[in-house]
Design a protein around this ligand. Structure first.
Ligand code: CO
Ligand code: CO
Length: 299
């Protein structure tokens, strides 16, 4: 159930291939390019792989938007790729009614070190590396206020590379990145694929500033409502799961953090190393339990 394809070439080398593209979620084209690139690279990092190079995927309304806008998107992506230590070597563009942009990324990993989302084990602790609320805040736009919006954009621009590097160094059981299905949607993929259950402590899950307030006022993208509708009967909601918390835990993220399952004995070490590596918002949010019905309990 992983988002990336893994193809073994030799006994010690596998290719990891991903593709991801999105519609603009911020007004600034340069920053949209940066976010889209970080978002596309994320599936490589979630597998514990290293990116090698990428190709652009572009849909652009050439008749209604100046080409300079596209130039800014591509520049943002190129800068983000450079930060990831790779280059964008080409790509393909078509005319479209609204801008779309993303990357196909090629990476490599040792076949024995692939980090899957289907291998979580009872007793593992769950670590989340970025706060939630990105869908709510980008939907709110200016209503979120400049500071909260800036914080959300900066969070989406942040590569999951440092988190991935620490994860592979420490050694973990399973990982996925948190994107369109939200925290609980991606956790649900992990527990069903792994044949386990999970407990999430609602109060321990970090939420970006203003997102809680906006969500309580009913601000959330359609995707988050769809996620919650899907999860409603698949999650056992405790008393801490208020209506607002439910939507935030299901909030559709773009370029969200990594959700890592790590053996309990390594959990503190992983968190310490993450914080030292600059992944300062990483926290423990719950754990994996034995449960063949793959239930998530939010307490
Ligand atoms: Co993806
Ligand atoms: Co993914």
């Amino acid at each position: 159930m992983d988002d990336a394809a893994v193809y073994r070439l030799t006994s010690d080398l596998a290719v990891v291939q991903t593709v991801d593209f999105i519609t603009p979620i911020v007004d600034d084209p340069y920053r949209f390019g940066r976010i889209a690139a970080a978002n596309a690279l994320s599936d490589i990092y979630a597998m514990g792989a290293k990116p090698l190079f990428a190709l652009n995927l572009v849909g652009f309304p050439v008749k209604t938007l100046p080409m300079g806008v596209l130039g800014e998107i591509l520049k943002g992506a190129a800068h983000k790729a450079a930060e990831a230590g790779i280059q964008i070597l080409g790509g393909h563009s078509i005319e479209d009614f609204e801008p779309k942009f993303g990357l196909s990324v090629t990476g490599v990993v040792h076949p024995a070190r692939v980090v899957r989302n289907s291998t979580a084990r009872p007793g593992d602790r769950l670590i989340l590396t970025k706060p939630l609320g990105l869908g709510v805040l980008t939907t709110a736009g200016d209503r979120a206020g400049p500071e909260a919006l800036e914080r959300a954009v900066a969070t989406m621009e942040t590569l999951n590379s440092a988190a991935s590097g620490v994860m592979t160094e420490v050694g973990v059981t399973a990982c996925t990145d948190v994107t369109g299905f939200g925290l609980l949607g991606h956790l649900y993929e992990m527990v069903t694929a792994s044949g386990v259950g999970a407990v999430v402590t609602a109060i321990s899950v970090p939420i970006l500033p203003e997102a809680e307030k906006l969500a309580s006022e009913g601000v959330a993208p359609a995707g988050s409502h769809n996620n919650l509708a899907y999860l409603e009967d698949r999650v056992a909601w405790g008393r801490a799961a208020t209506k607002t918390r439910k939507i935030l835990l299901s909030d559709a993220q773009t370029s969200g953090g990594l959700l890592i399952a790590v053996p309990a004995a390594k959990s503190r070490k992983l968190l310490k190393r993450l914080h030292e590596a600059g992944v300062t918002e990483a926290v423990e949010i719950g754990g994996i339990v034995t449960d063949e019905s793959a239930m998530i309990r939010v307490v």
